[in-house]
Design a protein around this ligand. Structure first.
Ligand SMILES: Cc1cc2nc3c(=O)[nH]c(=O)nc-3n(C[C@H](O)[C@H](O)[C@H](O)COP(=O)(O)O)c2cc1C
Length: 185
C-alpha cells in the first residue's frame, strides 16, 4: 500500500485546489491511498501556529508534530496550491517552514497538481522551496486541470469527467512508480 499525503495551499471552503485533491483521493488506483491534510489554517485545535523557531521545542506544538508524523508516514506528497500576488500562499509556506530543520521532506517524492493554468510564479517558487529542502519532485506526476474561477458544481463536473479521472489516476501511478523505484535503489 502506498500512502500519499495531499496538501492544499488554499483555505477556501470552496477551494478548487482542495477539490482537485479530493478528486485525486477518489481516483486513486488500487494499492494507493490519498489522505488530504487539513490543519494549515492556524485556527482551532490541531492547526499549525505561525512558524517561530523559538517555539520549535521538544515537544513541538501538537499540530506541528501531527504534520511531521503525517509526512513521515507518507510515501509521497501531493501539493495543490493557488498563487497569491505572484507567490506561494502564506499558509502553505508556513507549513513548509515548520519542516525545514526537522527534515521530513528530505528525499520525499513530491508531485505538484495545479488547478490553474496560470500560477507560474507560485509553481516556480514552490519548486525552488521544495528543491532547497531536498524533496524529490516527480515531474511525470505533475498535472494541471483548469478549475480556476469555476463554481464548486462546475469544478466537480470537470473533475468527474473521464479524462480528469484518468489524468489523476495516471499521476498517482507515476508517483507509485517513482516511489517503488526509489525503494529499490
Ligand atoms: C488576493 C488574490 C491574489 C491572487 N493573485 C494571483 C496571482 O498573482 N496569479 C494568479 O495566477 N492568480 C492569482 N489569484 C487567483 C488564484 O490563484 C485563483 O483564484 C486560484 O485558482 C484559487 O484557488 P482555490 O480555488 O484553490 O482557492 C489571486 C487570488 C486572490 C484572491
Amino acid at each position: 500500500m502506498m500512502r500519499v499525503l495531499a496538501i492544499s495551499g488554499s483555505l477556501r471552503a470552496a477551494s478548487t485546489n482542495s477539490a482537485l485533491l479530493r478528486a485525486a483521493a477518489a481516483a486513486a488506483p488500487d494499492g494507493v491511498t490519498v489522505t488530504v491534510f487539513t490543519g494549515l489554517d492556524g485556527r482551532g485545535v490541531g492547526s499549525l501556529p505561525l512558524f517561530n523557531p523559538d517555539e520549535d521545542g521538544d515537544p513541538p506544538p501538537p499540530a506541528v508534530k501531527d504534520l511531521r508524523d503525517s509526512l513521515v508516514a507518507a510515501d509521497a506528497v501531493v501539493i495543490a496550491c493557488p498563487e497569491y500576488a505572484h507567490g506561494v500562499p502564506g499558509a502553505l509556506k508556513n507549513a513548509l517552514d515548520w519542516v525545514v530543520a526537522s527534515s521530513e521532506m528530505v528525499d520525499k517524492p513530491v508531485a505538484l497538481m495545479h488547478a490553474s493554468p496560470r500560477s507560474t510564479y507560485a509553481r516556480e517558487a514552490l519548486t525552488e522551496i521544495l528543491t532547497v529542502i531536498s524533496a524529490r519532485l516527480i515531474d511525470d506526476a505533475s498535472i494541471t486541470i483548469p478549475l480556476m474561477g469555476k463554481t464548486p458544481e462546475d469544478a466537480a463536473a470537470t473533475l468527474a469527467r473521464a479524462e480528469s479521472v484518468a489524468a489523476l489516476r495516471n499521476a498517482l501511478t507515476a508517483i507509485e512508480t517513482a516511489v517503488t523505484a526509489s525503494a529499490a535503489r
